[in-house]
Ligand binder design. Structure first.
Ligand code: SF4
Ligand code: SF4
Length: 117
């Protein structure tokens, strides 16, 4: 079982998707990047920290809270919305750098993308 957290784009959430219904469906169906897990326990869902890319302090807080609650995160999925923001909306996140930083700093696996809808 994987304890996962989903991080969404603060600017796009509720504009391209509503209430994260697509990710909840994706998790239930093991669609897209969720297919890599046998079973999924969603432990947290939060935003990226907003532009211009304040993701590291966001994940630090997320990591502290979930560890304190004894529900440590195994994998962080950045939503398909973040992928879209990087491809089409001039999102300032440098994905390669961010992935390495988060994996090294917080001991989690970091995946870009969630559902494929
Ligand atoms: S891609 Fe997923 S995380 Fe992002 S807004 Fe849509 S449902 Fe929410
Ligand atoms: S564009 Fe990028 S940094 Fe800005 S809110 Fe969206 S995901 Fe976060």
């Amino acid at each position: 079982m994987a304890n996962i957290a989903v991080i969404y784009c603060k600017r796009i959430k509720d504009h391209s998707c509503i209430a994260c219904a697509k990710c909840y469906k994706g998790m239930a169906e093991k669609n897209g990047e969720f297919a890599q897990h046998d079973t999924i326990e969603l432990v947290a869902m939060t935003d990226c920290g907003d532009c211009p890319g304040l993701t590291v302090p966001r994940v630090k807080l997320l990591s502290e809270v979930t560890n304190n609650l004894k529900r440590p995160i195994d994998v962080i999925h950045f939503g398909t919305c973040v992928k879209l923001a990087m491809e089409t909306a001039q999102c300032p996140i440098d994905w390669d750098e961010l992935k390495i930083t988060l994996e090294k700093k917080f001991g989690v696996r970091v995946v870009l993308g969630t559902h494929s809808y």
